[in-house]
Design a binder for this molecule. Structure first.
Ligand SMILES: [Zn+2]
Length: 335
């Protein structure tokens, strides 16, 4: 058998109030010179008193590079916020050779415990395998009061596993790509759990947010088991990357992935209507208009999605072009 390695976080802690005790928690873990990657909002609301803050205004490589210089002689880097701050913390940790702590304040996507970094590099999407954060510290109270859009986005990212796992299977059948049954089953299981808890998630009850958060963390772990984002990212993610590319900036990942899942399920010949109903149920967008883009941009995104990275999916099997894209988008009423 080939050499295999599994990357996992050392510890994931879910504890109400933990965000107000970060300094003490880090000291208990043996770190006394933490640097915090924050944005304006998380700096004002969650930065521990006297904490060393490095601002991350954008999810770009150049911002990540300046954050790496900003942290000075820190012995640990802590990303507080959504995906951007946490991804930048992972980059800084790698660059400076120091451990990374992920402190998500919104349950918006599965990057918060994953080994992947998703930034943009001169307008182009940049997605790279690094390693998972060493620690993931989750404060359920903070997540329950996250704005609805971020909860809908997290839900959309997990809904995407419906098509990402199937795309992986397609790549196995058509191309002989290795298909890891454990990681595929785990990723699919997260989809089933959030679907079952969708009403609680929509109402942001502690139980619902807990299921969503566990699903996001589990998908991060799945990527570490597989040493790739393959189980968690298929054609629905390619469509989201294409939208970011056409917009010229990263937008709400999970909301785009949700709409991408409707289209991908249609191409896969599966139950796209059920997916749309799930998204509608939590108030997530299901149309191009809901994503704030024109119908033409949506068509273009689906048509170019397969060229964005070397990952075989249903878009490649069907050789989706602009004509097929338009047909699918009309049939699913995304446009
Ligand atoms: Zn995702």
């Amino acid at each position: 058998m080939n050499f295999r390695e599994i990357d996992l976080p050392s510890r994931v802690v879910l504890k109400p109030g933990i965000i107000g005790q970060l300094h003490d928690v880090l000291a208990d873990l043996g770190y006394d010179r933490p640097a915090y990657i924050v944005d304006k909002y998380t700096e004002e609301h969650f930065l521990p008193e006297g904490g060393e803050a490095c601002r991350a205004p954008e999810a770009t490589i150049s911002v990540a590079e300046s954050a790496a210089s900003c942290v000075g002689d820190a012995d640990v880097v802590v990303g507080i916020g959504g995906g951007k701050n946490i991804d930048i913390a992972k980059y800084v940790g790698w660059k400076r050779g120091i451990p990374v702590v992920s402190v998500p304040t919104i349950p918006s996507h599965d990057g918060l415990a994953s080994p992947m970094i998703s930034l943009s590099d001169s307008g182009k999407p940049y997605s790279q395998y690094f390693r998972p954060p060493h620690y993931v510290l989750v404060d359920p109270d903070v997540l329950c009061s996250a704005p609805d859009r971020f909860v809908q986005a997290g839900f959309g990212d997990v809904i995407g596993k419906y098509t990402s796992v199937y795309d992986w299977w397609i790549a196995h059948v058509d191309r002989g790509e290795y298909f890891g049954r454990y990681s595929a089953s785990l990723a699919y299981l997260t989809f089933r759990h959030v679907v079952r808890a969708r009403r609680q998630i929509a109402r942001k009850t502690p139980e619902g947010i807990n299921v969503l958060m566990e699903a996001l963390v589990t998908n991060g772990i799945v990527m570490g088991i597989q040493h790739s984002s393959r189980p968690a990212s298929g054609s629905e993610h390619l469509i989201s990357h294409a939208l970011d590319y056409l917009r010229g900036k990263k937008w709400m990942h999970g909301l785009q992935v949700g709409v991408g899942t409707i289209v991908a399920a249609y191409f896969q010949g599966r139950d796209w209507e059920r997916i749309r109903k799930f998204l509608e149920g939590v108030g997530a967008p299901t149309t191009a208009e809901g994503l704030g883009i024109s119908d033409e941009m949506m068509v273009r995104a689906v048509a170019i999605a397969k060229t964005l990275r070397d990952r075989y999916t249903i878009l490649h099997r069907l050789d989706v072009d602009e004509h097929l894209a338009r047909q699918a988008l009309r049939a699913t009423e995304v446009i």
